[in-house]
Design a protein around this ligand. Structure first.
Ligand code: PSV
Ligand code: MN
Length: 431
């Protein structure tokens, strides 16, 4: 397998930090042992953990107001894959890449797959895009795509999703994520029920094109770009559609797609209970669909989501396997640094959730001891598991401090030289 940053550089970096890590790991192991937790068990779980990176996240993002490009941005999907390879090399937590079409269109999907495999990467869910018009496209999505009044527009949107499945097959993906921006900006603009009926009829055609071993993820979002009534606005609608479409249709929870203060962990629990939790787009937010770095605003919420996932995994066993992906927009940071640290934050929440004493929690819950129940969660959440995450990375061949190692490698400066900016070409999605 080929690495982009030299193995010697990573080894040198690790050698400098190794003694400190060993001391921290031993101290943490001793503390956890007193709680009856085997640190080695957690480290092995951390090594197995994976969250996919979004190809569109490695370019600098922006807002509806502006985009301020960064240096050395990838200009095509092959360069995006190089950046994704660096993220995985140093974190050892992101072997999957989620592509977005047509942003990642290539004439040579086989070469793309080969490149990915040479870096030890695979393709996670493919994402379709009927929320923008593409150059040369026959029918506009201005008034909707899968829900459009115009049958030819709907047919075009359906065909795009089927094309994504075909491309995904060549690349080795096993799922299609469908997010549409369809909806209304004015009361009366849509017949609310009619729009959902058209959505379901379009989705049935896409569903029929899914290979036997594929899943279809339905991603809901409260608002934007439709500001009065979004067709797939909430998990209830998503759930009803997934139930209607069939076994392969599941709900995808993007953490930023809810009203402020929504209890997202409860949505996770509900979808898991009824077998419809397909996956996640992780990110963080303060106000709306801010697409900030995971764990940067509300790490406790992220932990509580993973607490529900750990509970579901315990109940349902190996059958419970939602897909984990990041979906973020990096406007003021180096996207590689943001994606590395976000992957680590998601992994941190996962490990902390493994540490919850579920037997004690059940005892406190059955005794109606609200305070001790909450403390049981807090004890896990307060524990700094950084040494476990770092040890998992070293053992898998990654870096103790991914951002430090990346900065020292000079990768961005080299990319800036090798990838002079092309006017009008953006490697990222800004939605
Ligand atoms: C929509 O806001 C979304 O979360 C969907 O997942 C899109 O595919 C992605 O963002 C595009 O940036
Ligand atoms: Mn998303």
């Amino acid at each position: 397998m080929s690495t982009i940053i030299s193995g010697e550089r990573v080894a040198e970096h690790n050698a400098q930090l190794r003694a400190g890590l060993d001391a921290d790991y031993e101290a943490l192991g001793g503390m956890l042992a007193r709680r009856g937790i085997d640190i080695e068990h957690l480290t092995a779980a951390a090594q197995d953990f994976a969250v996919a990176v979004p190809s569109w996240g490695v370019g600098t993002g922006g807002t509806r107001f502006a985009r301020f490009p960064g240096r050395g941005e990838p200009r095509n999907v092959f360069e995006k894959m190089d950046d994704c390879a660096v993220i995985h090399q140093l974190t050892q937590a992101t072997p999957g890449v989620s592509l977005h079409f047509p942003w990642d269109r290539t004439d040579d999907p086989k070469a793309l797959r080969q490149q990915a495999e040479s870096h030890g990467l695979y393709f996670d869910a493919v994402n379709s895009n009927t929320f923008q018009d593409q150059p040369g496209q026959q029918h506009s999505y201005k008034y909707g795509s899968l829900t459009a009044q115009n049958a030819a527009t709907r047919a075009q949107a359906i065909q795009h999703n089927i094309d994504c499945i075909e491309l995904g097959r060549t690349l080795g993906s096993k799922a299609l994520t469908v997010w549409i921006g369809d909806g209304a900006n004015f009361p009366g603009q849509h017949n609310l029920r009619g729009a959902l009926e058209r959505y379901l009829s379009s989705m049935r055609e896409i569903y029929a094109a899914l290979p036997a071993d594929w899943l279809m993820f339905i991603e809901h979002k409260l608002f934007e770009p439709a500001f009065y009534a979004t067709t797939i606005a909430d998990w209830g609608t998503s759930f009803a559609c997934a139930q209607t479409l069939g076994e392969k249709a599941r709900c995808l929870v993007d953490l930023g797609h809810h009203a402020p203060n929504t209890n997202i962990e409860m949505i996770v629990a509900r979808l898991a209970q009824f077998g419809k939790l397909g996956g996640f787009h992780f990110n963080d937010s303060k106000y709306g669909d801010d697409d900030l770095d995971s764990g940067s605003i509300n790490p406790f919420q992220l932990f509580l989501v993973f607490n529900e996932l750990a509970d579901a995994a315990q109940r349902d066993g190996a059958a419970f396997k939602p897909a984990y992906m990041l979906d973020q927009s990096h406007n003021v940071t180096d996207p590689i640094e943001s994606l590395m640290s976000s992957a680590v934050e998601v992994q941190r929440a996962f490990v902390q959730a493994q540490m919850v004493d579920r037997v004690a929690l059940r005892v406190h819950q059955e005794a109606n001891d609200a305070l001790q129940s909450a403390q049981t969660l807090k004890q896990a959440y307060r524990t700094d598991v950084s040494a476990i995450l770092a040890m998992a990375r070293v053992r898998s061949g990654g870096a103790i401090d991914p951002v430090g190692c990346y900065r020292a490698s000079g990768y961005r400066a080299q990319a800036a030289e090798a990838r002079p900016a092309k006017a009008g070409v953006s490697g990222s999605g800004i939605v």
